[in-house]
Each structure stands twice: as structure tokens, then as C-alpha cells.
Design a protein around this ligand. Structure first.
Ligand SMILES: [Zn+2]
Length: 216
């Protein structure tokens, strides 16, 4: 019988490699190494990974308010009555939310975009779900929305789309005789091109303290 050839090893191993390769940041080499590791370790150890994926997928849903992953709805952050409910910080990812929250410098609520505009990757405005943001920002208790996209090209482009969405919110608010929300943006204390999730607590705190009006 001829040995199995091609991508290396039995079909099921190749299928595992293929699945791992679909994960962000995992190239063919890493995927192959991980797959071989998973079939080598005791079965129970390997299946703990499968169980963790299954459990996380079964229990975690986006919070209906901020859209961060949560086992409850609203999530613990949105349900926290000690927070300033008049303040909304828009971040690109849940990881940004956790990074900002870990600083303790911000006590308002959040809105997670879950995407950023990237013309090079073909990610356009339809990926942003601006309607959800507009509905959230239109809620009566919101007085200020701070744009916390990353200080790079995609983050700036995304911020422009957010500004337009928030202008629509304010137009509607004025139409109903309400006060417009104040729209601000994190200060440029963050190094340009730097990702929020990798900044020090003090840099994030400074960026929030120095936030400025984003309206023209
Ligand atoms: Zn939430």
C-alpha cells in the first residue's frame, strides 16, 4: 500500500490543519505544527480545546447594548450602575474595550464596532453596522460619544464614518427638540499607528483625559 502523500499525513489530520490555518495569525507552518501537537498529546488534553470552543460558542453572545462578548445580557459592564451612563466610548474591538477598562481611567459605557474600514482588505461601511451605533447613541441618557478608534489610517477613516453617523443622530435629536450629543475623539497622546490594546494604562488615561471635540 502506498504511503499517504500530499499536504502530509492522513485526511483527518489535513482537515485539522486546514481548520487551524483559517485562524487569524496562523500560517501553514504553525497550523501543521499545532495539528501534529493535537494528535500527539493525550486525547483528553486535545479535547479540552474542543470543549472550550464549544462552551464559549454556546454561552457567549454579543451584549445587546455594547456588543462585547458576554454570558449575560446586558453584560456586567453595561449593567454596572456605578458607571457614568451619559458617556459612550466607541472602540474597534472587545480587546480595546478590555485594555481601556483595565486602566480604570474610564468609567463610562462602551460600544464595540467589531470592525474597521479597510479599503485595502475590501472592508467597507456595510461592515460597521452604523445603524446599531445610531440607535445606541440616540438613547436619551447618552450625552457624550467619544470616538476611540485606533490612531492609524484605517482608524481615521473609520472615525470619519462614525462622525457622519453621529451627525445623523444629532440631526434627529435636534428635530425632536432634544440636546445633541457631544462628539469627542481620544487625544493624539497615543502614538500614531499604535494599537490601543497594546498601550500602557497611563497612555490610554492621558488620551481620554485629553479628548477633544471631533465636530467641525
Ligand atoms: Zn454591554
Amino acid at each position: 500500500m502506498a504511503p499517504e502523500r500530499g499536504g502530509g499525513g492522513p485526511k483527518s489530520l489535513q482537515a485539522l490543519v486546514e481548520q487551524l490555518e483559517r485562524l487569524p495569525g496562523i500560517g501553514p507552518r504553525s497550523a501543521t505544527r499545532l495539528a501534529h501537537h493535537l494528535v500527539r498529546v493525550p486525547e483528553a488534553d486535545a479535547l479540552m480545546l474542543a470543549d472550550a470552543i464549544r462552551a464559549a460558542r454556546a454561552r457567549i453572545r454579543p451584549c445587546s447594548q455594547c456588543r462585547a462578548p458576554s454570558e449575560s445580557d446586558p453584560c456586567a459592564t453595561c449593567a454596572d450602575t456605578a458607571r457614568d451612563r451619559s458617556l459612550l466610548l466607541i472602540v474597534e474591538t472587545p480587546r480595546d474595550l478590555y485594555a481601556v477598562d483595565a486602566t480604570g481611567a474610564y468609567s463610562g459605557l462602551y460600544f464595540v464596532l467589531g470592525a474597521r474600514l479597510s479599503p485595502l482588505e475590501g472592508i467597507d461601511r456595510s461592515a460597521l453596522d452604523l445603524g446599531a451605533l445610531e440607535r445606541r447613541a440616540a438613547q436619551d441618557d447618552v450625552a457624550e460619544v467619544c470616538i476611540g478608534t485606533n490612531p492609524d489610517l484605517e482608524g481615521d477613516g473609520t472615525a470619519l464614518a462614525l462622525l457622519e453617523a453621529l451627525e445623523r443622530v444629532n440631526a434627529a435629536r435636534r428635530e425632536h427638540g432634544g440636546a445633541p450629543v457631544r462628539v469627542t475623539r481620544l487625544a493624539r497622546g497615543l502614538p500614531t499607528g499604535g494599537q490601543i490594546e497594546y498601550q500602557s494604562a497611563s497612555a490610554i488615561a492621558d488620551a481620554f483625559e485629553g479628548r477633544r471635540s471631533a465636530e467641525s
